[in-house]
Ligand binder design. Structure first.
Ligand SMILES: [Zn+2]
Length: 379
């Protein structure tokens, strides 16, 4: 055990509202100051988590993120500002957190968490707050936490729903007890594809910060063995019990002894299963030549309203079966979506339904807009 640091006069003043809480007090605040927290992702979940952990006086925070701030992030990633667009998220976060609380020491890791560095990073901290937006990182964090014996403060969000739990404690279940293996690539849309209410990561990331502070101070009952489900539309919070699975390859049978990366669910599908792609330029040329093409927009109606390709017809992936009933399967189909992930799924469904020639627009309407038509929406 490391000896707990003491607080100076400034810190005693700053953390007064903690110090007067009998459950925290001086001993708890010194534990918070002595804590080392690894925060994976400085995005939607990581933003409130980082802000509250820094404000609370966590002594050391390491931030891992490989991304740069984009204007589309600002709808929910409140750690960053408009002036930060184009900067690495770690640097933008550092400036904001330093301003918020100069007593916090920060380490920036501007890169991905991967199978090579995860275990070392996790071991070097007391706990991990997982703010990742993809399954590969979520499994990597979980497995590293199980191997290193560090709690994994988990949350994930999708559209209007969120969930949170604390995994990989000594007695509790881990993420693999709940979901033994990741969904297949392309099976679930990424956040960018699916959309998310901006405040939702704020709610869930704040819950993660709460759980982290409880673990550090030993106050209350952490979300161990319970999964909190948040439905923002009905504003219902419920918890379901998650049991430790004796057959879990991570924390049960312990067959996972070293880290490996699971396939990225948010990224393109393995090449063997891919529907052939067409580039925006090729598509524009073929439209220009008057080729016989059925251009299917497989996005949702709200996205269609934002803008669409010329001659396209709306057939949302969520009800593709009904929408394609009247189409000629002998005619070539070009499927497109926002960024080229859902159109791959749609393409495979169309081929399975007997369509003869199906291609997917590479990079979706975003790339088409960037390369050929700036009037198309960026979202
Ligand atoms: Zn497990």
């Amino acid at each position: 055990m490391r000896p707990l640091p003491t607080l100076d006069r400034d810190e005693i003043q700053r953390y007064g509202r903690h110090l007067v809480l009998p459950e925290v007090g001086m001993a708890g605040q010194r534990r918070i100051k002595g804590a080392r927290i690894l925060l994976v992702g400085a995005g939607g979940l990581g933003s409130p988590a980082a802000l509250y952990l820094a404000a609370a006086g966590v002594g050391h925070i390491t931030l891992v993120d490989f991304d740069v701030v984009e204007v589309t992030n600002l709808q929910r990633q409140v750690l960053h500002g408009t002036k930060d667009v184009g900067r690495p998220k770690t640097e933008s976060a550092r400036d904001r957190l330093r301003d918020l609380n100069p007593h916090v020491s920060l380490t920036l890791h501007d890169g991905r968490l991967d199978a090579g560095n995860a275990l070392g990073l996790v071991r070097d901290h007391d706990l991990v707050v997982d703010g990742a937006d993809n399954f590969a990182t979520r499994y990597l964090v979980n497995d590293a936490c199980v191997l290193a014996g560090r709690p994994d403060v988990h949350a994930s969000i999708y559209r209007f729903d969120g969930q949170a739990s604390v995994f990989a404690t000594a007695d509790g279940p881990c993420y693999r007890c709940l979901h033994p293996s990741p969904p297949l690539p392309g099976e679930v849309p990424s956040c960018a594809e699916g959309g998310v209410l901006g405040v939702l990561p704020g709610l869930l990331g704040t819950i993660q910060a709460t759980e982290a502070l409880k673990l550090v101070t030993g106050v209350g009952q952490p979300l161990v063995g319970r999964l909190l489900l948040v439905d923002a539309l009905s504003m219902r919070f419920r918890t379901v019990t998650v049991r430790k699975d004796p057959g879990c390859p991570a924390c049960g049978t312990r067959t996972i002894r070293e880290l490996r990366e699971e396939a990225f669910a948010c990224e393109p599908i393995a090449s063997g299963d891919r529907v052939p792609e067409i580039t925006p330029l090729e598509l524009a040329e073929r439209i220009g030549r008057g080729d016989a093409l059925t251009i299917l927009d497989v996005r949702e109606p709200a996205e269609w309203e934002l803008g669409r390709l010329p001659g396209a017809r709306l057939a949302p992936l969520s009800r593709l079966g009904e929408e394609i009933a009247g189409l000629d399967p002998a005619r070539e189909v070009v499927a497109y979506c926002r960024s080229g992930v859902r159109s791959q799924t749609a393409g495979r469904l169309l081929l399975a339904a007997g369509f003869v020639r199906v291609v997917s627009l590479a990079g979706g309407i975003l790339r088409y807009g960037a390369e050929l038509d700036p009037s198309l929406p960026r979202y």
